[in-house]
Design a protein around this ligand. Structure first.
Ligand code: MN
Length: 613
């Protein structure tokens, strides 16, 4: 077997030298106790005179074996004699020690090398800032060519790079001052990417010890999908992917969204981010309809594309809560598909499976034999615990608020109420729900983050919470009572063949418009009054506007999405669309077909059976 002789390559240091290996060196100089031998420009060892075997002069080549590397870095050598041709030579190239980003704070002022994924590229008026992410952390790397000029223009979002530079601190944040950066390609890139991915997969996994707060068959069956959804959210946080949370702008949707918002913001902080300074990472937006409207998706795409150009942001993860499950969402999903966006949904509206091909995860109680009684706010609170369990105490009352808001009759609601016994009564939950609905009406498309936190009492300001909710509830009730009193004398009643009572309320002519309560809620309130008056009887209440109707029912075998679909088919030229829950929903049509549509709806409802109450 031929022996191996090594040649220490440029840039190599004592770290790259291995005890017991033979190296080709060059005589550097002589001292009384021995000979200095250079292994390369940077590294030399001492050949003690007792280990010298041949006579050499300066700059002669010499073969040496490394006896020992002392703790102080001194290298002890022994000369070896080998015949030319009896050995192979091998070049030792610099062994790069790759630092982990999370370690950089211990290496301030030192030269470091990192391998990471580029997750954001932002051009400042000074340097170019590359935000990079490895298996454990995320940091900024600043590269400077000329003020305001993009450094390393060849490096793009999603590239895997090796960065050489110095670890520093800027504004109390660790930052790498880049001296060189190369894009890794081919196998090398695949290798690093696989390493980062493996680690991310593990870190993004929600904690296994978290289980549903209540004993629920539906939640147990949904749990794997909820874990999957939570993992996608956690992964987005870890990789600096912005998150857009769209939710239905009612109390249930708000509870769902705010619980996840609370968890995500805390998880971002936990991972070294500052969501208060960097509000591009998470945005919560209420949607007026219980589905992802074209108007919403257009706003989101517009903002996302501008952020991508201006701030080098990745395309966002879109999370829909208390909306997203139905065919009404399809046009928007076709838009997200064009941009290849990640979309995930947690909803309790009756789902259409045609939309599933657009979604990475879809949590819906109907998928496992449950129904809308397990509301979005319940799902959201459980998902929030999977994202960041530490916030559980704060949001423990959200499922109850959401449940009473959406009139859940699921057994889960009683259990959620029991969890907060002694802290909140069911009436307090109802008040919070009404206050949320009332305030959201005036907030319109704004998220009202801090006001909403006050209403839900998660701002550590109990007194302010109490006063605010009391005031909003009083205002809301005054407005509702006024509206109902105005509407009631104009409500038309008829008894259907099935025995059900059908009421028609005109929310256009005989109700205040453009104020609280809006038409849907107004007819809901009228419906509630009628339900009390005719306790135990099947009831349908239709609230008609000029080109829409809202439907509430009790005790009638109603399937609103199905009814809307068949009317769309049977009434060409009526421009029918809509949907919602099975027994609560809405329908849109063209104004010129109003009376025909009303007649058709009543005909359809007359054919429906009634439940035994
Ligand atoms: Mn809901």
């Amino acid at each position: 077997m031929t022996e191996m002789v090594y040649r220490l390559g440029p840039g190599c240091e004592v770290d790259d030298v291995v005890e017991g290996n033979i190296y080709i060196g060059k005589v550097q100089g002589f001292a009384t106790f021995g000979t200095f031998v250079q292994l390369n420009d940077k590294t030399k060892g001492l050949l003690h005179k007792s280990n010298v075997k041949t006579e050499k002069k300066e700059r002669d080549t010499i073969l040496v074996l490394v006896n020992q590397i002392r703790p102080n870095g001194n290298i002890d050598l022994r000369e070896v004699i080998m015949e030319e041709g009896s050995y192979e030579t091998k070049l030792v190239s610099k062994k790069v020690v790759i630092s982990k980003l999370s370690d950089l704070r211990n290496k301030l002022g030192r030269n470091i090398t990192v391998e990471a994924d580029v997750v954001q590229i932002k051009q400042t008026s000074g340097p170019t800032i590359f935000t990079v992410c490895d298996e454990i952390g995320t940091e900024d790397a600043a590269a400077f060519t000329e003020a305001g000029v993009r450094s390393y223009p060849e490096v793009q979002l999603g590239d895997v790079v090796r960065i050489f530079g110095e670890a520093n601190k800027r504004n109390n944040q660790v930052q790498i001052e880049v001296s060189d950066m190369i894009i890794l390609r081919g196998e090398e890139a695949d290798h690093v990417r696989a390493r980062i991915n493996r680690a991310l997969e593990e870190r993004a996994e929600p904690p296994t010890e978290v289980e549903p707060l209540v004993d629920s068959e539906v939640l147990r069956a949904l749990w794997p999908e909820m874990r999957k959804l939570a993992k996608i959210v956690r992964r987005a946080v870890l990789t600096q992917q912005p998150i857009i949370l769209r939710h239905h702008a009612d109390a249930d949707g708000i509870c769902a969204a705010v619980s996840v918002e609370t968890a995500v913001l805390q998880y971002i902080r936990e991972n070294g981010g500052d969501p208060d300074m960097d509000n591009l990472l998470f945005r919560r937006s209420p949607s007026k309809a219980p589905f992802y409207e074209i108007e919403d998706v257009t706003r989101d795409l517009d903002m996302m594309l501008k952020d991508n150009v201006r701030f080098g942001q990745k395309f966002p993860l879109i999370l829909l809560m208390d909306n997203g499950s139905t065919e009404e969402d399809m046009p928007s999903y076709k838009m997200t598909e064009v941009y290849n966006l990640d979309v995930i949904v947690a909803d309790h509206h009756h789902p259409d499976d045609t939309i599933d091909k657009y979604l990475l995860a879809h949590v819906n109680p109907y998928h496992v034999g449950g129904d809308f009684g397990v509301t979005a706010g319940m799902l959201g609170t459980e998902i929030a615990r999977l994202i960041f369990p530490g916030i559980e105490k704060k949001i423990l009352h959200f499922p109850a608020v959401a449940g009473v808001a959406d009139r859940s009759e699921a057994p889960e609601l009683q259990q959620y109420l029991a969890l907060i016994e002694g802290k909140y009564t069911i009436d307090q939950c109802r008040d919070m729900a009404l206050a949320l609905d009332y305030e959201q009406y005036w907030l319109r498309f704004n998220d009202g983050r801090e006001i909403v936190k006050d209403i839900l009492n998660i701002n550590n300001a109990e007194d302010r919470h109490n006063r605010l909710v009391a005031l909003l509830v009083e205002e809301a009730n005054t407005a509702i009572n006024e509206q109902v009193e105005t509407m009631m004398p104009h409500v038309k009643e008829q008894v259907l063949e099935s025995g059900a009572r059908l009421f028609q309320a005109d929310v256009e002519m005989f109700a205040h418009r453009f104020t609280f309560p809006p038409p849907g809620k107004s007819s809901g309130e009228v419906h509630d009054v009628l339900c009390k008056k005719y306790a135990g009887e099947p009831i349908v209440t239709l609230g008609f506007g000029p080109d829409f109707a809202v439907i509430r029912s009790r005790g009638v075998l109603m399937n609103i999405p199905q009814m809307v679909r068949s009317m769309r088919y049977e009434m060409p030229g009526a421009g029918i669309s809509g949907g919602g829950h099975l027994i609560v929903g809405s329908i849109k049509f063209v104004e010129g077909m109003r009376s025909e549509v009303i007649a058709k709806m009543i005909e359809k409802i007359s054919e429906l059976g009634v439940e035994q109450l």
